[in-house]
Ligand binder design. Structure first.
Ligand code: ZN
Length: 275
């Protein structure tokens, strides 16, 4: 079977398409990586090309050394992935120390994995340590989250509480809250380490004035998390605008409401983020 026809590749391409349809991937914005299982590597291996040269990542973590990832390409557009996977995405193998990758399929004509691959790799390592089922890391330019990052404190607790209070089921979807990375230059090892430090505690991290990083055990869960966070952020922006710009609303979901919801839905709320 051609690599393009394997289920995990089709799911990956669909997620790229879904994100584009949401308006989260202008031009070459956003990127997606997927940690392949042993079975998926075995199914894909007959279609691998001659491996290309090793490329240092600038970060090092042995947690996922020797594993294989499906990744979007640097400079590639999410809207083109579905029509031409082999030019826009590719499979990379990580070396035995977790410090370099090499391309084994796709990314044709000299393409490379996303420039955020070091961030993705580090996030995969810390998320797998926090949750062994984690497989997906997804970065999107979600407009509501970006807008929110200009007008609310860039603090994990404050940001998480606002999101929880904007829509009842938010606290059930991400009861740990979200982390917030201050504005940083993207693409390098500094932002990779800063993000992975937060992703060790949270399933999602906001990049101020830039977008969102989320994780998940499968495409549905990771996409659903980004979708939920972004919807809450958009609700906040719209509610605040309708409220004359003030952040003092007439009605609120209270801390007790948040705790009661978590109790009934059997999830554990981050105790540091409620009074
Ligand atoms: Zn970005």
């Amino acid at each position: 079977m051609a690599i393009e026809d394997l289920d995990f590749v089709k799911g990956f391409c669909r997620m790229c398409d879904d994100g584009f349809a949401q308006g989260w991937h202008e031009r070459n914005g956003g990127n997606l990586t997927y940690l392949m299982s042993t079975d998926e590597v075995a199914a894909a291996r007959p279609g691998f090309d001659e491996p290309r040269e090793w490329v240092a990542m600038g970060v090092e973590d042995a947690t996922l050394a020797g594993r294989f990832f499906l990744s979007t390409g640097s400079g590639k557009y999410m809207r083109n992935v579905m029509d031409d996977p082999a030019h826009n995405i590719g499979i990379v193998e990580i070396n035995e120390t977790g410090s370099a990758y090499r391309i084994v399929w796709g990314l044709l004509d000299g393409a490379k994995p996303t420039s955020e691959f070091p961030s993705h790799y580090m996030n995969h390592c810390v998320r797998v340590a926090a949750d062994p089922t984690n497989r997906v890391i997804y970065h999107s330019h979600t407009p509501g989250v970006i807008e929110m990052s200009f007008i609310v404190p860039l603090e994990d607790r404050a940001f998480s509480r606002i999101l929880w209070q904007m829509m009842t089921e938010c606290v059930v979807v991400f009861p740990q809250g979200v982390g917030v990375v201050p504005w940083m230059v993207p693409g390098g090892s500094d932002i990779a380490y800063a993000t992975s430090k937060l992703m060790a505690k949270f399933p999602a991290a906001v990049w101020a004035h830039h977008g969102l990083f989320v994780s998940g055990p499968d495409f549905d869960t990771a996409f659903g998390l980004a979708h939920t966070i972004e919807k809450a952020a958009e609700l906040y922006i719209a509610t605040r605008a309708a409220n004359g710009g003030s952040d003092k609303f007439l009605n609120y979901i209270t801390d007790q409401d948040l705790k009661d919801t978590c109790r009934d839905f059997h999830v554990e709320i981050n105790p540091d983020f409620v009074d």
